[in-house]
Ligand binder design. Structure first.
Ligand code: S3P
Length: 176
């Protein structure tokens, strides 16, 4: 880890936003969510962006959001949309930007967390099945992006945030 940010990655339902907000409070940092950046810069929801420009347009905007967040001179806690790590440019940018933590949970746990969510276009109609498929397809990208992994299954947001901060502190101590 050479950069300054704390970066959270993982599938939808992993808890990146809630855990990230708590970590930001504990570390006294600002919190940035790449989805929120995209929504703020376009004035459109993620659903509207997928519907109007397709996933590819959303991914372009997401790449810009990742680059903008990473470029912040202020050390941040950054939560990335679940698919941001699919882009090799994003992965290398995030790895350079700081400690990348992969929040993990089995697909059935993720599915239960997002079961009544209508804001995620990729989960329309088939949330659990989609998460099973994405877990397999995306595992190599998360592995490549992440410095450390935290298992979130059966843990509260508070416990996961504490674990993330522990890993963060350990990584800081091992810096040359
Ligand atoms: C996506 C995850 C979402 C959002 C978009 C696509 C994905 O973010 O970026 O709906 O491809 O996994 P969250 O992981 O914050 O839900």
């Amino acid at each position: 880890m050479s950069g300054r940010h704390l970066v959270l990655v993982g599938l939808m339902g992993a808890g990146k936003t809630s855990v990230g907000q708590r970590c930001a409070r504990l570390l006294d940092r600002s919190f940035v969510d790449t989805d929120e950046l995209v929504v703020a810069t376009t004035g459109m929801t993620v659903n509207e962006l997928f519907a109007s420009g397709g996933e590819s347009r959303f991914r372009e905007l997401e790449r810009t959001a990742v680059a903008d967040a990473c470029a912040s001179p202020e050390p941040l806690v950054i939560a990335c949309g679940g698919g941001a790590v699919l882009d090799p440019e994003n992965r290398s940018r995030l790895r350079t930007a700081g400690l990348v933590v992969w929040l993990q949970a089995p697909p059935d746990v993720l599915g239960a967390r997002v079961s009544d969510d209508t804001r995620r276009p990729l989960l329309r109609n088939a949330g659990a099945a989609t998460l099973e498929r994405l877990a397999v397809l995306r595992a190599p990208a998360y592995e490549d992006a992440a410095d450390v992994t935290v298992d979130t299954a059966g843990r509260s947001i508070e416990d996961v945030a504490d674990l993330v901060i522990e890993r963060w502190s350990a990584a800081q101590r091992s810096e040359p």
